[in-house]
Each structure stands twice: as structure tokens, then as C-alpha cells.
Write a protein that binds this ligand. Sequence first.
Ligand code: CDP
Length: 217
Amino acid sequence: MEKKLIIAIDGPAGSGKSTTAKIIADKLKISYLDTGAMYRAVTAYFIDNDYSIDSDNIYSIMDSIIIEFYEYSVLLNSQDFTYRLRDNDVSSLVSKISSNKIVRDRMVLIQRNISENKSIVVDGRDIGTVVFPNADYKFFITAGIKERASRRYRELKLKGREVELINIEQQIKERDYLDSTRKNSPLKKADGAIVIDTTHLHLEEQVNTILKIINNN
Ligand code: CDP
């Protein structure tokens, strides 16, 4: 059997990491795991069930959570949360929910289980630092805030959402701040990660830059 390959892609909101990660996985014919979707599904689950992150039951709530991916859907305890993931209430709360250690420990466990015995591209905030510090390849994808905000704006508009650029930019800045200053697994470049600034790169160029690095090794 061929050696299994783990490619870790981290970076801030709207840097293009998820789109890039998906294409890389497709081209290499390996699996893809969107860990942001997991944290978003947990956040929607908390909101929809009126759970508080400060609740005394947080451990048992998290311990009972099962997350499954089917093609384009994310299921949490068998309920489909796919259409909730990009809702504004979820985007506003996700960084707070994700800063909790009990939440993170459960997610990391599920992420490692999903990735077991297969080659996979995993994207998120702590993949190269915490989840897979020994990944075969680590990338840190970034871009200027204005560019990231307008990418996310275009993406949401295409989905028919009523959004304003200024609010998106503000929300991304807040998430960047919370994600990179939190105590548990903050967003930062992993040791040995290759930084790719995509501010002036087209999607195809981002993908090719990464593929070239992987194929030349
Ligand atoms: O797609 P976008 O860059 O907006 O974010 P995402 O990847 O969907 O992640 C949403 C949020 O989940 C982030 O802002 C983090 O708070 C959290 N997250 C995390 O803490 N750790 C991860 N591995 C992935 C996401």
C-alpha cells in the first residue's frame, strides 16, 4: 500500500484555503476534511438547542456529538446542518464556541478518526500546529483583509445572501482577532509551514503553487 499523505492547510477567514484545499484533494484524488464546517455545525447545534458554552453540561453535550460528512453535507448527530453553516448567527458565534477546550478536544479526536488510514487534505486553524504537527506538508495561506472580505462577500452574494461588504470585513476582523489571540490552539503559522500570500494570486495560481511543491518532493 502507498504511504498515506497528510496535507495541512491553515489560515485566516477568506484566505481561499478551503477552495484551494478542495481542488488539491480532487487533483491528487485523496480525501478532504473541512474542519471549519465542524466548528460551524457545533455552533449551529448550540444555537438551535439553546445550549450555552458556559453550561455545566458542556462535557456531556460534546461527548455525545458525532459528526459525519457525506459528499456535500455535514451531519451532526444525524441531523443535516449544511444549510446553517454560513448563516450570520453562526459566523458571529463560531469563534467563541471554538475557543473552548472541551469543544476543541472533541473536534480534534473526530478529525483524527476521520483522517485515519487515508491520504487527506485537512484545512482549518490548528491543523499544522495541533491536529497533525507531523503532517507531510504544511501550508499557511493568507491574504490582505480587504481582499479576504471581498472574496467572502462575492461568495455569499452568489449564494443569494443579503450582505454588506463593510459588515463582512468587520466580522472577519473580529474572528481573526479572537482566533489568533485565544489560549487554546490559536491561529498561527505552524513550525515548518510554507506561507502563501494569495492577495494577488488567482485561484489557479494558488493551487498550482501548492501542487508544484508537493509534486517536486
Ligand atoms: O471559511 P472561513 O475561513 O470563514 O472559516 P472556517 O474555516 O469555516 O472556520 C470558522 C471558524 O471556526 C473559525 O473562525 C474558527 O473560530 C473556527 N475554527 C477553529 O477554531 N479551528 C479549526 N481547525 C477550524 C475552524
